[in-house]
Design a protein around this ligand. Sequence first.
Ligand code: G3H
Ligand code: 13P
Ligand code: ZN
Length: 321
Amino acid sequence: MVNFKEIGFVNTREMFKHAMENGYAIPAYNFNNMEQLQAIVMACVESHSPVILQVSKGARKYANQTLLRFMAEGAVEYMKELGGNIPMALHLDHGDSFEVAKSCIDMGFSSVMYDGSHHPYEENIKITKQVVEYAKQFDVTVEAELGVLAGIEEHVSSEVSHYTKPEEVEDFVNRSGCDSLAISIGTSHGAFKFKPGKPIPPLRFDILEEIQKRLPGFPIVLHGSSSVPQEYVKMVNEYGGNLAGAVGVPEDQLRKAAALNVCKINIDSDGRLVITAVIRKILAQTPGVFDPRKYLGPAREELKKLLIYKNKEVLGSADRY
Ligand code: G3H
Ligand code: 13P
Ligand code: ZN
C-alpha cells in the first residue's frame, strides 16, 4: 500500500482549479509502454504543461499493472531529471468496478475514474459513491461519467451517443460526491468518430453550457478527444495501412471547450496513430532495419512533437508552470 503523495504525484483538485480559473484544459494522455510515457513526460516538461498520465484497464493487463505503476513512479523522477517541475497525476481511465479503482488507489494512483455510464442511473450513483468514499480517505480524486459516448470503450460499445442530460447532473454530482464529471456531447472513442465525406457535426455546446449553468465551477471532462490529424492518416495509408475514413474532433472545438468548464481532455488514439504512421514509414523505406530503437525512437520523437503542439495550440496548457 502506498499513497500517491509519497511518489510525488498530485491529485486533480488543484490542477482543475487552476485550469478552470485560467481557461485551459489539462491533457490526459494514455500510455501503455515506455516510449509513450517518455514522449508524454518530455513533451510536458518542454512545454511547461501539467499532465495526467492515464492508464486503462487494458494497459494494466498489457504491460503488467505492477510494472506500469513503477514506470509511472520512474516518470516523476525522469521529469525532475529533465529539469521539470510540473504537476503530474496518475489516473485510472475507465475503471469498471470498485475493485479495480481500489487496486489503483492502493498502488499509488492519485486519481481514478469509475465509469458507470453503461449502468442505470441509480446503480451508477451507488458504485461511484462507493469509490468516492474509499478514495477520499487517501485524498484521491474521482471522475465519474454520465451519458454514453458512441464508439468502443473497454467494456461498453455503443452505436450512438446518448448525450448527457443536463437536468441530471446536479443530482448525480451531489449524491455521488465525484470530483469531476465526464459528459457526452458528441465526441467518441477511436479514430472513426464521424461519417467520412460528410460535414462534421459540431459538439453540443448548448449541453455543455447548460451543465456549466447548473454546476458553476465544476470540472467537466471530455473523453474521445483525438483530432485524428490527417497527415498521419495519409502516412499510414501510404505505407501499407488502411485507415480510410478516419476522422476526429476539430481542434477549434476542443479549444473552445477548454476555455469553458472542460478541465480535462482525453487523448489516446492520436498517439497510437502517430506511432503507427512513423513505424510504417520507416519499415517500408528501410527494409533492413531490425533494431526496434531505429523505429521506436523516431516514433517517440514525432509523438513528443505532436503533444507539444496540442498543449500549446489546442488545450492551452503550455507555459503554465
Ligand atoms: O478510452 C479508452 C482509451 O483509449 C483506452 O483504450 O482500453 O484500448 O487501452 P484501451
Ligand atoms: P480518443 O480515442 O479520442 O483518443 O479518446 C481517448 C479517451 O477518451 C481515453 O479515455
Ligand atoms: Zn475515454
